[in-house]
Structure formats: C-alpha cells, structure tokens
Design a protein around this ligand. Structure first.
Ligand code: F6P
Length: 554
C-alpha cells in the first residue's frame, strides 16, 4: 500500500528504535570536541548543489547519526513516496488529490499524465498567457481607463496567494524591470487598505485578485474595497476589466465579480496554496522581474526537484535537512526551528516558510486518521540577521530550550556599502560559531580574572557569563540571491517539509484546522453586528463581543 493510504508508524521501525538508543549515547556529545577530533568534519558534513552550499557540520550528529537517520528514511520507504509525489499520485489523501507543484517547473517537452490527462500542455499554456500579459504591461500596451500605462500592480490575496509571491518579488528586486511597482494587500484591515490606496492612482493601477478558491473572506472583502475605490476615483464599470484581473481555479466566482473571462488565469486543484508561487499565482513576481527571470526561478526549482529525485539520501539536501529536523523534534524534544536570513532581500523567507511548514506539517493524525505517535512540525520563527541578534538571539544562546537554526546568507551583495557585507557575513558565521562553541565556566572565570576582578566578584558573575554552546545550526550559502538560486532554495524547503510528512505519516497538503476559525468567525460577526442576539457559546467570547458592541453603540 502507498504511504498516503497506509502510512508506516515510524516509531516502530527498527531504525527509530536504534535512534532512541543512539540519542542516549549522544547525551554527552560535544560539537567542539567533534571538530577538534576530526579535521574532516566540515567536509564530511557539507555539500553543494543547485547553486547552494549546505554546511550541516554544526549539528549534534556523528557519522552513525547520519547513517541511522538515512536508514530511517529507507525503512519509511521514502524513495517510493517521493516518486509518488512526482508522478501525481493522490498524496493528499483527505482531499483525494495529487500535489503537483513540481509539474509547474517541468520543461515543456515533458509529459505528465494525471487521471488520463497530460497536464504539461496546460501548464505551459498558462505560462504563455502570463508572458503575453507581462509583455503588454511592460511595453505600455495595457492601458487603464484614461489610456495611461500601468505603473502599479496590487496583488490582493492572502496565505499562499501572498507570502510566496511577496517573498520572491521582493527578494529579486535587483532584477526589477520597467518600473512596474508591486504591492500586496492581504489582511482584512482597513488601515492596510487605506495606507496602500493613498499611494496609488486608480487610472494606472492593476489589481490582481489572487485566490485559488475565490472564496477567501479577506481577499473578497479587499477586492470589493478596491473596486469601490476604483469607481470613486473615476473608473467606470465598463472599464473595470482594464484594472482587475484574477488568478483562480473558481472561474465562475471571478466572472461574477466582474472580471473578464480572458483575464482569469487558471489554477488547478492539484496545486496547494502554499506551493503555488510557481503557477499564475506568481504573476506579481513575473510582473516585477520579467518572464525570463520568472522562468529562471522555475528552472532553479526544477534543478532542486531533480536533485531531490535522484541524489542518494546521504547527499540529498532536502532529505538531510528533513532528517535533522526529525532528529531534533523527535529525539531532542526541540519544539521550534529558527530561520535566520542574513540578507535584506530574503527578509520575507521566514514568513513564507512558516506557512509552508506549519500549515503543511501542523497535524496530529496520520494519513489514515490514526493519531501520530510522536511530535510533528515545529514552530517556525525567526527573522533577518543582524536585527535578531539584538532581540531574540539571547534566548538561542542562553535560554533553556534547544532551538535548531538555519542561517541563510549570500556571499555577494548587490549593494556593497563600504565593508558592510563583510560584517554581515561575519555576523552570520559568528552567530553559528557562538551557538556551537559557547563559553565554559573556566573560560568565563578566566575572562573575569583578566579584568582584575576580586575572586568573589568572579564567582558571582561567572554563572551569568557561561554560555552552554553545543546548539545546532545549518548554514546555507548562496553565491548571490538570483532567480535560479532562490528557486532552488524555496523548492528545497518544500521537499524538506514533504520528507518530514512521510516520516511522520501525515498529509502535508491539507489544512482542515484553519476552517474552524473561519466558520466560527461568521457567528461572531453576526453577533458583533447585532444580527444575532443569541449569546456566544462561551462567556469569554460573549464578553469580548459586548465590549465591542458597547463601543460601537456609543
Ligand atoms: O485558510 C488557509 C488557506 O486556505 C491557505 O491554505 C491558502 O494559501 C489561503 O487560505 C488562501 O486561499 P485562496 O488562495 O483560496 O484565497
């Protein structure tokens, strides 16, 4: 039976049991000593591919750990699961769908038959449709109601219809083309709408209503607000089609909104929102950086797909990162994972990976509905270095929790200012070094004595100066943030998440948990607006409703 129908219970696999024992044996493992005792450690625990370099030598692992983790992946039949993903089998079992984001970056000559239909011609047809639109906008041929060319594009979407496109279009700003500015409107918060619309002119603005379902509250409300604003600014219903286009798999709803059928870019059921930046959901990316750069992004992701499919697990970046995550979540009780990009352009990657990882692997039953017998997805958090160093890194260094971290850094900056990039890179390396080395009691005391402090003062201060060290991290180095390398980087994390879902036996491609809040939101809204007088299910929610109503009556 395939993994998505009858997942294995990884905790019962022989390799899992061996890892339990191995974890005990690793209790006193010291990374400092491991480096001191093995000159080849960096070389043995690092690899490059797809324009990325991964150093995973600063982890609580030795050769045996890697062997056991790889054995776990083999016993979990990971290779068959990877092939099932790429072939378009219904790996999203609760929705009976494949998850074919990899099809979106395959070359035109490929064939991929799913349910009797080759999906590749459609994929490339949509890329063609995108190329035409991007060309017309960049060449000033797409005109607004006053015949002026488009200068600003507003992507109205949330979740996967926002985070991926925002990450990539802003990360690739050095590749920006022809002065089309991209903006994002996600939250159902009038302030966000107000601040953005105040900077725009309706006659030169194009709105992309980006929603796979065309049923997401925040997106629909923002689209309605944008439409009212456009009309109030002088636009007409008759020329609405010049200012509103859509990306959606729900064509009927988009047409009902007033969008012309030829301006609706299709999406498919087999692309999950958080995996959709490679589809027409990536239109703002293509508008920002041009279609040839967008295709470079796809080919970078494709190269990572090939690496993932073919590299042996011991040399497979997504597989290794996933197995390290399993090692820490399930054997070291780590509950979160920090993503620390040392690059301004990559500043949004943490939020994108938050959705990618937490919406995918925040599950507690397996594909067959049975409870998971171990911890699943960690909390993903973090932010751009060096800012985090002056905020939350303290907890990474001296807090009581073990928090593995991924440092991500380019070697070359697009904007060299004096020696800033040398310092930025140095900070990135010194943080992972400090996490690993720490400072022993003896070192702390020696430092204090060197300042000629009296011995009682040395003893009083030393415990505060001790830094435990031995805290794990990966460092991912890119030569520079280019479309191709960014494509590979994002695809690498997509596959990491998938590998973990296979080990844990869960479905990475559904998200039923987010539905309850949406459902309850309707009832709360009815009560807030006085359309429902029956009290809420609980006193806390009712009390907070009363608070709001009291203010709005006054
Ligand atoms: O509510 C969660 C979610 O369904 C995400 O999975 C998705 O990325 C987001 O909402 C937006 O959905 P849509 O593109 O259908 O508007």
């Amino acid at each position: 039976m395939p993994h998505y129908q009858q997942p294995l219970d990884a905790t019962r696999l022989p390799a899992w049991q061996s890892l339990v024992e191995h974890r005990r044996a690793m209790q006193g493992f010291s990374m400092r000593e491991a480096f001191a005792g093995d000159a080849g450690r960096f070389k043995d625990f690092s690899l490059s591919g797809c324009g990325l370099f991964l150093d995973y030598s600063k982890n609580l692992i030795n050769h045996e750990t890697r062997e056991l983790l790889v054995r776990l992946a083999r016993e979990a039949d990971l290779q068959a699961a990877i092939e099932a993903l790429f072939k378009g089998e219904p790996v999203n079992a609760s929705e009976g769908r494949p998850a074919l984001h990899t099809a979106l970056r395959r070359p035109v000559a490929d064939r991929l038959v799913v349910n009797g239909v080759d999906v590749m011609p459609e994929v490339h047809q949509v890329l063609g449709q995108m190329t035409e639109l991007v060309g017309r906008i960049h060449d000033g041929l797409w005109r607004g109601y006053s015949e002026k060319p488009i200068t600003d594009v507003v992507n109205i979407g949330i979740g996967g219809s926002f985070l991926g496109p925002q990450l990539v279009s802003e990360a690739l700003l050095p590749f920006a083309q022809r002065g089309v500015r991209c903006h994002y409107l996600a939250n159902i918060d009038g302030s966000e709408f107000h601040e953005l619309s105040a900077r725009l002119r309706a006659e030169t603005t194009l709105f992309i209503v980006s929603s796979k379902s065309f049923g997401t509250l925040e997106t629909l409300k923002n689209a309605q607000a944008a439409r009212s604003w456009y009309l109030a600014q002088g636009g007409s219903e008759a020329e609405l089609h010049k200012h509103f286009i859509a990306v959606s798999s729900n064509k009927e709803a988009a047409v009902a909104f007033g969008i012309h059928e030829e301006n609706i870019f299709p999406m498919w059921d087999w692309v999950g929102g958080r995996y959709s930046l490679w589809s027409a959901i990536g239109l703002p990316i293509a508008l920002a950086i041009g279609m040839s750069n967008f295709k470079e992004l796809l080919s970078g992701a494709y190269s990572m797909d090939q690496h993932f499919l073919t590299a042996p697990f011991e040399r497979n970046m997504p597989v290794l990162l996933a197995l390290l995550g399993v090692w820490y979540s399930n054997f070291w009780n780590a509950q979160s994972h920090a993503i620390l990009p040392y690059d301004h352009y990559l500043r949004n990657i943490t939020q994108h990976l938050q959705q990618l990882d937490m919406e995918s692997n925040g599950k507690s039953v397996r594909q067959d509905g049975t409870p998971v017998g171990c911890a699943t997805g960690p909390v993903i958090w973090g932010g751009v270095g060096c800012n985090g160093q002056h905020a939350y890194h303290q907890l990474l260094h001296q807090g009581t929790q073990l928090i593995p971290a991924d440092f991500i850094v380019p070697v070359v900056s697009y904007n060299p200012v004096a020696d800033h990039h040398h310092w930025l890179y140095a900070n990135c390396l010194s943080q992972s070094q400090a996490l690993m080395l720490g400072k022993s009691r003896a070192e702390a005391e020696a430092e204090l004595r060197a300042k000629s402090l009296p011995e009682d003062e040395v003893q009083r201060l030393a415990p505060h100066k001790v830094i435990p060290g031995n805290r794990p991290s990966n460092t991912l180095v890119l030569e520079r943030v280019s479309p191709r390398r960014l494509g590979a980087l994002v695809a690498m994390y997509e596959h990491k998440v998938f590998v973990q879902s296979v080990i844990w036996g869960i479905n990475a491609f559904d998200q039923w948990g987010v539905e309850l809040g949406k459902e309850l939101g309707k009832g709360v809204y009815q009560r807030l607006s006085g359309h429902e007088e029956q009290a809420a299910e609980d006193a806390s929610t009712q009390g907070l409703i009363d608070f709001f109503r009291g203010r709005h009556r006054g």
